[in-house]
Design a protein around this ligand. Sequence first.
Ligand SMILES: *[C@@H]1O[C@H](CO)[C@@H](O)[C@H](O)[C@H]1NC(C)=O
Ligand SMILES: *[C@@H]1O[C@H](CO)[C@@H](O)[C@H](O)[C@H]1NC(C)=O
Ligand SMILES: *[C@@H]1O[C@H](CO)[C@@H](O)[C@H](O)[C@H]1NC(C)=O
Length: 400
Amino acid sequence: MTTGKFLSAAILCLVLGTALGDDVLEGNYNVTAFCTAVKTGTNLGSIVSCDYYYVCTSTGPVKTSCTSGYAFSLATGSCTPVGQANCYYGLENPCLGKTGQSWVPVTGTCNQYYYCLDGVNKGQGSCKGTQSFDKISQQCVYGNCNPALVDSSDEPSLQSVCEVVPAGKYFGDTINCQKWNYCQADGTLQTSDCTTAYDVQNNVCGFDTGNVCSRVTETELGTASLECTTKGAMKPNDNVCGSYYVCNGNSLVSYDCAYGYYFDDTKNDCLPRKTATPVTGCNRCQFATTTWVNAVNSTSCGTYYYCNNGKATLQTCQEDYYFNEAQQGCVPTANESAFNTYVSSNGACAGATVNSSPTEANGGSTTAEGGATTAEGGATPAPTTETPEPTTGTTKNPNA
Ligand SMILES: *[C@@H]1O[C@H](CO)[C@@H](O)[C@H](O)[C@H]1NC(C)=O
Ligand SMILES: *[C@@H]1O[C@H](CO)[C@@H](O)[C@H](O)[C@H]1NC(C)=O
Ligand SMILES: *[C@@H]1O[C@H](CO)[C@@H](O)[C@H](O)[C@H]1NC(C)=O
């Protein structure tokens, strides 16, 4: 392992749009999985920011923002004025709106707190031993908080399902179809079993018919995506090209490559964006300075993304064309030496070959014009035919 790695501070990077059809994940909190366990229409909290929440629709979570000055409240399951919301994720001043003296949690930890005096953050403290900080009673309480695990990462970390499911909402389980749960106002979980199956949509005990138990997977809610056993084992982040996980023996800890570097899945190392071959499907708009970028495609090099504020929309070049990031367009593979040069110097296309897609039978239909052509159809703007756009040189800072 070389330079170019530092512990993640940019936890927001873990929250990506659904443009790629990905699951919505916030660290070990799989929002998509939670949405299968609650009634459609339920709002779920975020553990990255109080500014937004997720509405569970029949097709999955939809990120929705509170208006300015409001934050998502688990007590009401909706946005309330910041000072009343009892939500502290991603707040610049966790003491905002508090009067007199109070203690508020340091999010992402189970045992740390800030001391607030009249809305001002006066300092940080920590509960002793394995005690955890309870934000409702504002006290250290007995618990099984493991500070060693918590302190090793800035990864958003769900400690309890009741951190995201609003109080009083009944929900199911993803391991056991019989089980039903709800969170009490004080954040404690209540659980019981139906005889056969818990029907989330109708909030009744019923039978395992239709989709009633379709939420059941082998993954426990809010825990399993980051479980691991082999210490030192590395794993790419499927969504974020510049992030990866290392197993500490119990759970995967997230790391970020240095700015402009991607985690190369085959070399298990961070390499410069252009040469790295990150995991297929990760968002190559990260660190991009152009509007259109190659998708990872090791067969034809023919897929690319339209980048809009970091969101990636997948597009495909027409047959016998590959996407050329430098030219910002789809280019004929007919010039084989140019294609091979491109493939060997651009990690996203490593392994791609000219003959990977069948050639059209009707010869002679190719147009004479060289250079980049527009990509076919699609709702989003496609690369222009004209001269390649000059790269701006100004690098966008995703943390800004
Ligand atoms: C998230 O949950 C969905 C739905 O249960 C599941 O298909 C997916 O594999 C989960 N993702 C991770 C990373 O655990
Ligand atoms: C690579 O691009 C081709 C089109 O050129 C597409 O059919 C194929 O699915 C892509 N592969 C991946 C892994 O996206
Ligand atoms: C192929 O591409 C290379 C590099 O872009 C260029 O120098 C060469 O003239 C092209 N050859 C043909 C036949 O277009």
